[in-house]
Design a protein around this ligand. Structure first.
Ligand SMILES: CC(C)(COP(=O)(O)OP(=O)(O)OC[C@H]1O[C@@H](n2cnc3c(N)ncnc32)[C@H](O)[C@@H]1OP(=O)(O)O)[C@@H](O)C(=O)NCCC(=O)NCCS
Length: 224
């Protein structure tokens, strides 16, 4: 995207009043960060920085001290214990690839976890990661926090060399990130899922020619 050269252009791209939409577009977010990084006297740098303050949520890997808060976030978001227990069991079993939290005023308000799965094909196995669970405290939902957390999570997966991410979740939410039910059609899920069973290629064409059954780690068996 070119540099922004007028207030109109700025407003057009970032549609003020609808800030979380910036989070939904990786391009808009990248432009915003670039503009914010320009010198102090640049006309849009200050505007960009003030926008960023509203859409940037500190995302960081979980620490031992976060465990109780992560349990709470999952219980509140899902209205039950199953996902909170899944997180504990995945951690205890050593299956976690990446577990990130969003902090707000010193409290964990959102959490995302990726764990290892294997796709068993006729010609061998293919590694992938499963995104589950993901949770934002109810009173913080629909402000773009889940979106930023998911971009950060996918970035972490990319940096760790993962190629395929699988999820069973709300199609409207995950589609925006490139998750697709079509890409997951040849990957058999033990949970079924229809349109909610989706794959994302971190590396282009990573699912090409891959057909088989996805084997989840033992803590997921309670959901089968
Ligand atoms: C799903 C969840 C993680 C999204 O986080 P969030 O911070 O609320 O999402 P964002 O604000 O970044 O994104 C908002 C947009 O995503 C979509 N979206 C968010 N939650 C959705 C849901 N439950 N179903 C369908 N679309 C959803 C909507 O398009 C929404 O836009 P809108 O508010 O204009 O309708 C969060 O709502 C949550 O924790 N839900 C309960 C637990 C859960 O279902 N986890 C996911 C399991 S797959």
């Amino acid at each position: 995207m070119p540099r922004i050269d007028s207030e109109d252009a700025f407003e057009r791209i970032f549609s003020a009043g609808n800030l979380w939409r910036i989070c939904r577009s990786e391009d808009a977010y990248t432009v915003l960060r670039r503009e914010a990084a320009v010198g102090d006297d640049e006309p849009f740098a200050m505007m960009a920085r003030s926008y960023l303050k509203d859409v940037e949520f500190p995302v960081r890997p979980e620490t031992t001290e976060d465990r109780e808060a992560i349990r709470y976030v999952n219980q509140e978001a899902f209205g039950g214990d199953a996902e909170a227990k899944l997180v504990d069991d995945l951690r205890d079993g050593g299956f976690v690839e990446s577990s990130l939290v969003v902090e707000n005023e010193g409290k964990v308000i959102a959490h995302i976890l990726f764990s290892r799965v294997t796709i068993t094909t006729k010609s061998g196995t293919v590694d992938a990661v499963s995104l589950a669970p993901m949770a934002v405290l109810p009173k913080h939902q629909r402000k773009g926090i889940g979106t930023r957390l998911l971009w950060a999570g996918l970035d972490a997966c990319r940096k760790r060399g993962h190629r395929i991410v699988l999820v069973l979740g709300h199609p409207d939410f995950y589609r925006e990130f490139g998750f697709s039910a079509k890409l997951a059609q040849r990957l058999e899920s033990p949970f079924g899922g229809g349109e909610a069973w989706m794959a994302l290629e971190i590396v282009p064409d990573a699912t090409k020619g891959v057909e088989g059954r996805v084997e989840f780690s033992p803590p997921f068996s309670v959901f089968e």
